[in-house]
Design a protein around this ligand. Structure first.
Ligand SMILES: [Zn+2]
Length: 338
């Protein structure tokens, strides 16, 4: 063991044995926005053996206030977040086996992308994906660490199958779109991201070294200085469709959403009906008369009317300039196909 991790090893709850366990572990971070980048950086510096970073989006200037692994250069190039995060972490710790994956996690790919992980750290920004992660983790008996922030407020909890309640024990359904505050409506303060991510990673590391994580929900408002923990062990329900009855309706695609509003932006993500592989050269020929088109190996940018379409090779697109589902679906159909 080099002395790279000496201060962490000196911490007696980790020690040499714990460090070896951290090194042998595989962590999947889903979502490389604010929480995901901060968590990934701490995990990478801690010496996790394998770190998979999954994100569907690309870096923009307005991310830089809180998304800690990204630079102005990444925003200028519009790099996919998974690629930019992998690149930044590679420079920080070459010991870690890193894999950036440019994908939207769905019921169709979660198994393939996450099955080799020991633990999932939640860096997503929506409840649909969290319910999917919950189904997957309960089914496999894998722990996952929930985290969410908006404004100056944050929540975190370590879901441990059989030991704690699952997400569906706590909330039966994802909240209706438009009913919860988002970064769009309430903004976000960077320090709360660091508090929530720090708590998430602490719980992840405890589990990785073989200790039980806290079975309490943490709620913090960093602006007012309010900290609260709520016991969640007793919230476990035998009636829960997910962990009690083993009905995994998010994992089985019954709840799939083809359209998603993106938090913090006037944008909608549209996913293709069927998985596909786009030929950007050909598509450019088709579009260049009516639109301004630019592409690299990862994505194509199409400027047309008042919309900017970021299109990925798997057919998924992020349409900026609207938050209306039918308008986004129409733009997608018009320029890319249905
Ligand atoms: Zn449950």
């Amino acid at each position: 063991m080099t002395n790279r991790y000496s201060r962490q090893i000196l911490f007696s709850e980790i020690g040499e044995v714990g460090q070896e366990k951290i090194r042998a572990s595989k962590v999947v971070v889903i979502g490389c926005g604010a929480l995901g980048t901060v968590s990934a950086e701490i995990l990478g510096r801690a010496g996790v053996g394998q770190l998979k970073l999954i994100d569907r989006d690309f870096v923009e200037e307005s991310n830089l206030q809180r998304q800690s692994l990204f630079s102005e250069e990444d925003a200028k190039k519009g790099l996919p977040k998974a690629v930019a995060a992998e690149k930044a972490l590679r420079a920080i710790n070459s010991d870690v086996e890193l894999q950036g994956v440019i994908q939207d996690i769905t019921w169709e790919n979660i198994e393939r992308l996450c099955r080799d992980g020991h633990i999932i750290v939640d860096g997503t920004d929506n409840f649909e994906t969290r319910f999917l992660i919950n189904d997957f983790c309960v089914k496999r008996g894998m722990p996952w660490i929930y985290g969410a922030c908006v404004g100056s407020y944050g929540v975190a909890f370590a879901f441990q199958p059989k030991l704690t309640a699952c997400l569906q024990c706590l909330f039966e359904q994802p909240p209706e779109i438009g009913t919860t505050e988002t970064c769009d409506t309430a903004g976000i303060l960077a320090p709360i991201v660091h508090i929530v991510a720090a708590y998430q990673v602490t719980q992840a590391i405890k589990i990785l070294v073989g200790e039980a994580a806290r079975a309490e929900i943490l709620q913090v408002d960093v602006w007012t200085g309010t900290w609260r923990t709520i016991a969640a062990r007793s919230a476990r329900s035998e009636q829960c469709l997910c962990c009690g009855q083993h009905q995994f309706r998010f994992l089985e695609g019954e709840e799939k959403a083809r359209l998603t509003r993106l938090c913090g932006r006037n944008a909608v993500q549209v996913s293709p009906q069927h998985s596909t592989q786009l030929d950007f050269q050909q598509l450019r020929k088709r579009l260049e008369k009516s639109a301004q088109v630019d592409f690299n190996e990862y994505m194509m940018r199409i400027q047309v009317d008042r919309y900017e379409i970021a299109l990925f090779t798997d057919g998924r697109s992020i349409i900026s300039g609207t938050d209306d589902f039918s308008e986004a679906r129409a733009v997608y159909a018009k320029y890319i196909g249905s």
